[in-house]
Design a binder for this molecule. Structure first.
Ligand code: F6R
Length: 656
């Protein structure tokens, strides 16, 4: 199965890759290869040794293996496993230990002999660590070596926990985790301070010694590091790049993780587009022109025939006659993304000669005013990502609803709750029984104790965020009656074990059916650290699928726009709608973001980037305005950008 998705290698790619439209199909194919190997060995009455990984990436492979065991009789009786790594120090009983992870996702659901499952021990005494690691290597050798090694890739390029600097000859050992890796894990441990600083990991050499190695990567947040690992030089700064030297290594990617490969980002560098099954449509032309404009440091309309020729874009000139003609195509494509009326114009107020409102296309485009639904995964993504557009839509007379996906409770500090509890305690609003409870809680908090995150405390934290969101929406003119707090239940699990289910989908589906929106805005920022945005988008896709099956009439008329959040914006070549903001609108958006007070002290989510959310938003939208300006378009204070998803493409899309 994996072989059917192998891509013929371009000269940029130094390793074999298989690309799937979605991570589920890819995971099934990987599980199928593992199952085939297990069955082959069973037929030969031989054991098989698997090297296993943890983290979010292999979860669906394990789910498929469990399904194969339950439904198709796949037995693991002849299987021995060695996991890549374990946090150190950490007890195996700790919910976040990799031992616990493996039990939860695989071992407890199959017929494997627990004695044949190996992980480095997170509890071995410091003085024993070296001996323990040597014994782990010896155990792998004694089992006959690893037949099949499963890998994920960290954003530092690590395989196992072989962080930048890990040499080719490294074996199982104690390592210090990279700050980025710790930040990615911090959500699972409830904060950076509680996240282990060290781990025991198999080394690069221990991994490369496996007879077959499959590295999987899903999602856009892995795209850059995947490109470096596949197209970059082999070097110890990116331990995954060593796989280039393995004769039977395969990178299995979904389309989002493959997105930054040269074949996808700048396919004209690989060869003629037609030979790659691609065409020079206006979108591709725009992308090439923007790339060229950046390469030559010139605005679009100043690009010359020489610029095109020297950059290998002769094909484009041949197609359109001259640089002048080609430039115009790219220029107009980009200019037509700009509109100050993101929801269309009031026909009663339009005058002859008004600029057309181009980006709107759906059959509902002419409806005015529109019912608009903004889906905000966390309670602040709406204003952070599109606060200016949100205010515009309200001011221009549309009926704007905002639905908040998750409660956001885990991003509220105990301190923020303490202030509110102390206020209630001292206000005289609580009766005496509640007061005793409040006094005990506030005194625990003021003594700096870390409180257990009981459902009660989490409910209060959720309330805090709800009221912040309500206050921010008020700045934008959206009344409380048009706010929908969905409290999607998938959020209740630990961050990297989250999976959504039918309840999440029906909560979103019911809201869509109730509102029948003409325009829907959703977060397409798939780079958020813990994947909440990605899950929310999948939930929306499934809710759309239900509406499509039920032939809901509103769906045909609806348009879907994706925004990106605080981390980064759409690349200019992917933007379909650009809403310019005035200096005053930028300030109003800032005021709305300010309402999310608790988010100011959550260093955890800010990571190394010390800018607050309002600063990131302003920098991001100013940078985008500057990019439009540099390309030769008008100069605006700031721009918020959106990408169109036709509902039918959205339903087909497995890119997230
Ligand atoms: C896990 C491991 C790590 C992860 C990597 C990606 O055992 O060794 O290398 O594979 O950090 O993590 P996720 O899959 O959570 O993105």
């Amino acid at each position: 199965m994996l072989s059917s998705h192998l891509i013929p290698r371009s000269r940029y790619e130094q390793a074999a890759i298989a690309v799937y439209s979605g991570s589920l199909d890819a995971s099934r194919a990987v599980a199928a290869e593992i199952a085939t190997l297990i069955r082959q060995r069973q037929a030969e009455q031989k054991p098989v040794v698997l090297g296993l990984a943890t983290g979010s990436t292999p979860v669906s492979v394990y789910a498929e293996l469990v399904r194969l065991h339950r439904e198709e009789g796949l037995s693991f009786a002849n299987v021995t496993t060695f996991n890549l790594d374990e946090y150190y120090p950490l007890a195996p009983e700790h919910a976040q230990s990799y031992r616990a992870f493996m039990r939860r996702h695989l071992f407890d659901h199959i017929d494997i002999d627990p004695k044949r499952t190996h992980l480095p021990s997170g509890t071995v005494a410091k003085a024993e660590v070296d001996a323990h690691c040597a014994a782990y290597e010896a155990a792998i050798r004694a089992a006959g070596g690893i037949d099949f090694q499963l890998l994920g890739i960290g954003r530092t390029g690590h395989i196992g926990f072989n962080e930048p600097g890990s040499p080719r000859h490294s074996l199982t050992r104690l390592v210090t985790l990279d700050p980025l890796t710790r930040r990615d894990a911090a959500g699972d441990f409830g904060g950076n301070d509680a996240t282990p600083r060290h781990a025991l990991t198999m080394g690069v050499r221990s991994i490369l010694d496996a007879r077959r190695v499959v590295l999987m990567a899903w999602g856009q947040h892995k795209a850059e590091i995947v490109r470096t690992a596949i197209e970059g030089e082999v070097n110890s700064q990116v331990s995954a790049s060593f796989l280039q030297e393995h004769p039977a290594a395969l990178f299995v990617l979904d389309t989002a993780a493959a997105d930054a490969l040269t074949r996808n980002r700048t396919p004209w560098l690989i060869g003629a587009l037609e030979e790659q099954g691609l065409t020079w449509d206006n979108r591709m032309i725009r992308r090439a022109i923007l790339w060229l404009s950046q390469l030559r440091g010139k605005p679009i309309l100043k690009l010359t025939d020489d610029d095109y020729n020297e950059a290998g874009l002769q094909d484009l000139i041949h197609l359109h006659g001259s640089a002048y003609e080609t430039n115009l195509i790219g220029f107009y494509e980009l200019q037509h993304t700009i509109t100050g009326w993101p929801g269309g114009r009031d026909p009663k107020k339009s005058k002859p000669g008004d600029a057309p409102v181009r980006p709107l296309r759906g059959t509902g485009a002419s409806v005015f005013p529109k019912r608009i639904l903004i889906l905000s995964p966390h309670p602040d993504d709406d204003v952070i990502a599109m606060g200016g557009t949100l205010c515009r839509l309200v001011d221009q007379g549309h009926e704007v609803h905002i639905a908040y996906g998750v409660s956001g409770a885990s991003a509220v500090s105990d301190e923020a709750v303490w202030r509110l509890l102390a206020f209630v305690r001292d206000s005289g609003l609580a009766d005496s029984a509640q007061s005793t409870h409040l006094t005990s809680l506030t005194s625990q908090l003021s003594h700096g104790a870390t409180l257990t995150q009981t459902p009660e405390l989490l409910r209060w934290k959720a309330l805090v965020r709800r009221h912040e969101a309500t206050a921010a929406a008020r700045v934008c003119g959206v009344p409380e009656t048009r706010l929908h707090f969905l409290n999607l239940p998938f959020y209740n699990a630990a961050p990297r074990s989250r999976a959504y289910g039918p309840t999440d989908v029906s909560l979103v589906g019911n809201l869509l059916a109730q509102l029948q929106p003409h325009l829907i805005y959703a977060a397409g920022d798939l780079n958020d650290p813990h994947g909440t945005h990605r899950l929310c988008l999948r939930i929306l896709r499934d809710a759309f699928a239900l509406a499509a099956t039920a032939r809901a009439p509103w769906l045909a008329a609806a348009e879907l726009w994706l925004y990106r959040g605080a981390w980064n914006d759409w690349p200019v070549d992917e933007i379909d709608l650009a809403v310019p903001l005035s200096p005053r609108e930028v300030l109003r958006r800032r005021r709305a973001i300010f309402r999310h007070e608790t988010q100011k002290d959550q260093a955890l989510f800010l990571g190394e980037d010390r800018r607050e959310f309002w600063q990131r938003t302003e920098d991001r939208s100013r940078r985008l305005a500057e990019a439009y300006n540099t390309l030769g378009l008008a100069e605006y204070e700031a721009i918020e950008a959106f990408k169109r998803y036709a509902p039918e493409d959205f339903l087909r899309s497995a890119a997230f």
